[in-house]
Design a protein around this ligand. Structure first.
Ligand code: BGC
Length: 757
């Protein structure tokens, strides 16, 4: 710290301003005079995209392992595996001379149409937070930094550089911030990348409340905030807003603007010094890890294969899988010959090698005859002759495997999806093939949910293989042949149709803004609350074995919020093969002051079980597992009362439940005010006391009429009516009998409540 402070004193104003803007698209500004090295960053998030020419924004990149993208990673529900991937990424960064990898992405999948959903983990903030934290821990355990992105509320590509995400405070705190909050508090990323978009009208890059009040002050973030590439509009406003490093560089005008702002007094030098201090802290930390050398390409490829296999989700299986000894398999679909393993945009990796799915299948298939048909053309074109050839191929075989990839034009960074459909040719192909070959398995490569109602009934099995990374071709073969028992579980809901999705009527917005009208009800929180049927629920996925749950226990039937709770359950592998189960814990609040989703994920664990084996899975639930963010108190609160602890295999497959009673230890100020209704007064413990004693002082006749009114008036139940009338409004009915005005009377009561005497 002293070293950094001394250095800041030695730096000229120009040097400090220059440090806060990149020297190149991927490096910070070095100061040779003071032996201050540069810092090199690269994308991110599922591989290292280290451009060969560091002065070029979009130059070809050096070979690196392309791991599965975040959709697949999150579907593993395996924090240890993500940690291992983080370590491998760090090893590649070291070899490729990269100090900070630009990931993970912790944004919520607000709608399955989001073009970058493949780079994000989940529709659930708890799951996304755990994944992001493990990723960061893994990378940083090797002395390489991360950049947690895109902070915050970056949930669509439409007008991505300017759109304003409009949402209420509770939605921000409960849905769009917690994954970042968990990652920052638990794993301390070296850097956080601010998003392009505005949040409630202010660019994230200039958003003091977001970057300083919340991120740095409230959560204690100690690293530096870097802009998304090109997210800065006004360098001085962004420095004041807490944005430490602008990227990409060089940008001489920006540096000059900062120098002038300090000289003219428009910005205090201490603002600049604070950003310099944060950047230098990370520059020196990065320099402690010496760079260069090689990484183990084979080991990382094998790890990528493991993650891919663990993240693939078996959605349907009538028993055809795992594949048995067949004589002839028809392999249909371009994606069998040309693996679709990553998405377009800044995360695009130059892979060290790519598994060919067909060849990998051949290795597992042994003597089985495999015949190939292309099935569909590149892109979205339609070619009936390819369908005809595929049908011929499928008809003569025992089993058909359809390898289908969503074309890049339908899903990428930079644009949102127009629909949730496969291409018309792919749908026609599935229908035609399944019509002649009921033993058809569909294998999907895509980054986010697709709809299937039109074609799934004819299939024997469906495997969601995601954007599976460079080793995914082998991972598909592993799952199809049962070398790996599928254990992926959906980290996002697969809806029946697009119109069912929660953000449908508000997405993608217009006139410069997108209204988050569904509020806290995104993903399963919405489908569950509205009882909207879905195709495959959050947390769902099949295995080649079955699991039973019994003996659920809680550490206490009644507990204090600060003590939290421990939940355990015995899970048994009731089948004949080894498998892994993802045990999920959801919390349901019986009664709350503000509306809450019926279920919220608050814990999970992945366990491996041999046939017949039982393990006790234990999970801890803390204060936050029971709390919600109250906009009036401006904090997370708990309320006394009963909660159900729901343990299950998906949000719709709850196997055990326990009801517990929480005692809140919070002492919250009263929210009563002049507009509070009679019901509010009666439900507030302090209010009720003073209000009741006030009523008792009224003449008996008035007392009787106060709540009840005249009984039924004009077909109206006046009791219900008056309970939802504000206290001054109700007192106006009795004005002539009151010693003073209703407003004064209520003010007197409010004073008593706030003094609580
Ligand atoms: C993306 C970031 C990425 C950056 C650098 C931006 O367009 O939004 O995710 O890290 O470019 O490539």
């Amino acid at each position: 710290m002293t070293k950094i402070n001394d250095l800041i004193k030695k730096m000229t104003l120009e040097e400090k301003a220059a440090l806060c803007t990149g020297a190149s698209p991927w490096t910070t500004t070095p100061v040779e005079r003071l032996d201050l090295p540069e810092l090199t960053v690269s994308d991110g998030p599922h591989g290292v995209r280290r451009v060969a020419d560091i002065n070029n924004l979009i130059a070809a990149s050096l070979p690196a392992t392309c791991f599965p993208t975040a959709s697949c990673m999150a579907s593993t529900w395996d924090v240890d595996l993500i940690y291992a991937m983080g370590q491998a990424l760090a090893e590649e960064c070291i070899a490729l001379k990269v100090d900070v990898v630009l990931g993970p992405g912790a944004n919520m999948k607000r709608t399955p149409l989001g073009g970058r959903n493949f780079e994000y983990y989940s529709e659930d903030p708890f799951l996304a937070g755990q994944m992001a934290a493990s990723f960061i821990d893994g990378v940083q355990s090797k002395g390489v930094g991360t950049s947690l992105k895109h902070f915050a509320a970056n949930n669509q590509e439409f007008q991505r550089l300017s759109i304003s995400s409009k949402m209420d405070e509770r939605t921000l705190r409960e849905i769009y911030l917690p994954a970042f909050e968990t990652a920052v508090k638990k794993a301390k990323p070296w850097t956080v990348m601010c998003a392009y978009n505005k949040l409630n009208g202010t660019y994230c890059s200039e958003n003091h409340r977001l970057l300083v009040d919340i991120l740095k002050d409230e959560w204690g973030f100690e690293g530096f905030v870097v802009s998304d590439w090109g997210a800065v509009h006004d360098r001085v406003a962004s420095l004041k807003g807490g944005l430490d490093l602008e990227m990409p560089g060089p940008k001489e005008r920006r540096v000059k603007a900062v120098v002038e702002a300090v000289r003219s007094g428009a910005m205090g030098e201490s603002v600049l010094d604070e950003s310099v201090r944060r950047i230098l802290g990370i520059v020196f930390k990065a320099a402690e890890t010496s760079k260069g050398g090689l990484f183990d390409t084979a080991a990382h490829h094998a790890l990528a294969r493991r993650i891919a296999a663990e993240g693939m989700v078996l959605l349907k299986n009538n028993g055809i899988l795992p594949l048995k000894e067949q004589q002839h398999i028809a392999v249909i679909g371009r994606a069998a010959e040309e693996a679709h393993f990553q998405g377009g945009g800044s995360s695009h990796i130059n892979p060290t090698q790519v598994d060919n799915p067909f060849k990998e299948l051949q290795k597992s298939a042994g003597e089985t005859k495999l015949t190939y048909a292309e099935g569909y053309p590149a892109g979205t074109a339609f070619d009936q002759s390819l369908i005809d050839a595929a049908v011929k191929n499928a008809r003569s075989a025992d089993v058909a495997l359809l390898y289908l990839a969503l074309p890049d034009s339908k899903e990428s960074e930079g644009y949102d999806r127009a629909d949730l459909d496969l291409t018309p040719q792919q749908v026609a192909l599935i229908k035609a093939v399944t019509a002649v070959q009921p033993m058809t398995v569909v294998i999907l490569n895509n980054g986010a949910a697709v709809v299937m109602s039109e074609w799934i009934d004819g299939t024997a099995a469906v495997l969601e293989a995601w954007m599976m990374g460079q080793a995914g071709g082998g991972a598909i073969a592993d799952v199809l042949y049962g070398k790996v028992n599928p254990s992926g579980r959906l980290a996002e809901t697969f809806p029946l149709k697009l119109v069912d999705t929660p953000a449908h009527i508000n997405f993608p917005g217009g006139n410069g803004e997108v209204r988050y009208g569904e509020g806290i009800f995104i993903g399963y929180r919405y489908y569950d609350a509205k009882e909207v049927p879905v195709h495959f629920p959050f947390g769902y996925g099949m295995s080649y074995t079955t699991f039973t749950y019994k003996n659920s226990k809680v550490s206490a039937a009644s507990f204090k919020d600060v003590d939290g709770l421990t939940v355990s359950v015995d899970v048994t592998n009731a089948g004949k093969v080894t498998g892994k189960e993802v045990v999920q814990v959801y919390v349901h609040d019986h009664k709350s002051g503000l509306v809450r989703p019926p279920k919220e994920l608050k814990g999970f664990a992945k366990v491996e079980l041999q046939p017949g084996e039982t393990k006790t899975v234990t999970l801890a639930l803390d204060f936050r597992a029971f709390a919600y963010f109250h906009p009036a108190y401006k904090q997370w609160i708990t309320e006394d009362g009963e909660f159900d602890i729901l343990i299950g295999a998906s949000v719709n497959d709850i196997r055990c439940s326990q009801t517990v009673t929480l005692q809140s230890t919070l002492e919250l100020p009263s929210l009563l005010n002049r507009e509070s209704t009679l019901r509010d007064w009666m439900e507030d413990p302090r209010g009720k006391r003073f209000f009741t004693s006030f009523i008792q002082q009224l003449p008996a006749q008035m007392q009787a009429a106060f709540f009840r009114g005249e009984g039924e008036v004009a077909g109206m139940d006046t009791t219900s009516f008056f309970m939802d009338t504000s206290l001054p409004d109700r007192l106006h009915y009795f004005e002539s009998a009151l010693p003073t005005s209703p407003e004064d009377l209520v003010d007197g009561l409010l004073a008593q409540v706030s003094q609580n005497k």
